[in-house]
Write a new protein. Sequence first.
Length: 119
Amino acid sequence: MMDRFKFRVWDKVFNLYWTYKEVKGNIAWLLFPDNDSINNVEIEQCAGLKDKNGKLIYEGDIIFIKGEKWRVIWDDENCAFFFSNLKEVYHQPIFPDFYIGTDDFKVIGNIHENPELLK
């Protein structure tokens, strides 16, 4: 469950994810931004789950579950992660304890590197 507190950073200027070393080296800047440059990055938190291949699942990932594509989103109002159905406006809450050990889903991409999957 410690994975729940991992983050990745999407750089909107260079269109790439920062390496772990870059995230670690800039953590103070990311957590306590004091300039407008913070708008050039998108910080995504780990949902605390792994897919059937052991890949960590992050906010913004696109997941394939039982024949359907879902997007992982964070909902500020409910302070929780959800699977958002791409076909309609429907959200399925993510309860990590319920999904642990499942082999039903697989990360197939993310909203930044694979926007075509959102169609």
